[in-house]
Design a protein around this ligand. Structure first.
Ligand code: XMP
Length: 325
């Protein structure tokens, strides 16, 4: 059955058995909806689009085409993981688009955060639309919409990021198999579909990606520094038990004096941030053990070119936001 809304009496999916039952039900529903039709899906590698894609692969196999756009603002290893899990392991029909230069060229010299976001969002739609136009007979668009997206857009909190952004010549019927699920249920379903923990339990990550953490006008060298420092921080702080809700690095567009090999060395400051929150509306800075902080400092300074200081952001939200954008 294709649900339009979450039934009031729906049992929360908390076990592998309930997840399996949901998957079986949705496989039937998807097959019924699309028949012999083809489905296209933008696969970012985030939890929702990944679970949606894995479910659709199980339901309709190669009648699904996934498009993964690498805009250069993903975390270290993410594009490779999408290709490995979906193309190599799940056998998906996956189009990988290397659009790194396109995005970074358009973003060059742009420091205003809202303008950066608009460029990233607009370029994403353009790249996706170009790929969609190359395909024939696609009638459906798969989307990893989840129940909170619908509730939030109904409440006017956030515009639901649906197909509304696509150009007029691209009109699709939506296929949204995880639309009635809460986030924890999406994760249960993802595990039951065999997706790796690393993908299913990913931290929240902004749509504009590292673009919001490479504060100011993005340059390729500072973006690489953000990506490398972020990978170190994810590895190290990920060892905390329990791990904080979100932890990452931002590098603002500021240099300060340092010393390297006895000479003046102008470098960036990598800002380490770890927070706990329930709903991201308010957040508390998490206390990171000193030994972990100093290890992070030593690794970033040794492994990330261009960085000569490591700072720890102990600000709560409010008044600071979680991201530095
Ligand atoms: P702020 O910085 O507003 O962030 O305190 C709150 C939470 O939202 C995440 N965030 C986003 N998530 N698309 C998303 O899906 C976005 O464009 C976006 N921007 C910020 C942020 O990482 C934090 O968890």
């Amino acid at each position: 059955m294709v649900y339009d809304r979450r039934p009031d009496d729906m049992v929360r999916i908390t076990t592998p058995e309930l997840a399996e039952a949901f998957i079986e039900e949705q496989i039937e529903a998807v097959r019924e909806q699309v028949g012999d039709g083809k489905v296209l899906l933008a696969l970012s590698g985030g939890v929702d689009s990944s679970v949606c894609a894995a479910l659709l692969i199980k339901a309709i196999g190669d009648k699904l085409t996934c498009v993964h756009v690498n805009h250069g603002l993903l975390r270290k290893g993410e594009p490779e993981q999408v290709v490995q899990v979906f193309r190599d392991e799940l056998g998906a029909n996956l189009i990988y688009v290397d659009a790194v230069d396109r995005f970074l060229d358009k973003l060059a010299g742009v420091s205003d955060p809202e303008t950066k976001r608009k460029i990233i969002g607009g370029e994403f739609i353009e790249v996706f639309a170009e790929e969609a136009r190359k395909l024939e007979d696609v009638k459906f668009l798969g989307q990893g919409t989840i129940w909170p997206d619908i509730l939030e857009s109904e409440a006017g909190i956030k515009a639901h990021h649906n197909a509304g952004g696509l150009p007029d010549d691209l009109q699709f019927e939506l296929v949204e198999p995880v639309k009635i699920l809460f986030k924890d249920e999406v994760r249960q379903v993802g595990l039951a579909l065999g997706l790796p923990d690393k993908m299913v339990f990913r931290q929240p990550f902004p749509g504009p990606g590292l673009g919001v953490r490479c504060v100011g006008a993005i340059t390729r060298d500072r973006l690489e520094a953000v990506r490398e420092a972020d990978a170190i921080v994810r590895e190290e702080i990920g060892k905390m038990e329990p791990a904080p809700w979100q932890y990452f690095v931002a590098i603002p567009d500021v240099v300060s004096t340092g010393i390297k090999d006895g000479k003046r060395y102008m470098g960036w400051a990598a800002v380490v941030r770890a927070i706990n929150t329930v709903d991201a509306v308010t957040a508390e800075a998490v206390e990171i053990p000193w030994a972990m902080l100093t290890r992070i400092r030593d690794r970033i300074i040794a492994e990330v070119p261009g960085v000569n200081r490591v700072l720890w952001d102990i600000s709560d939200k409010p008044v600071a936001t979680i991201e530095w954008e």
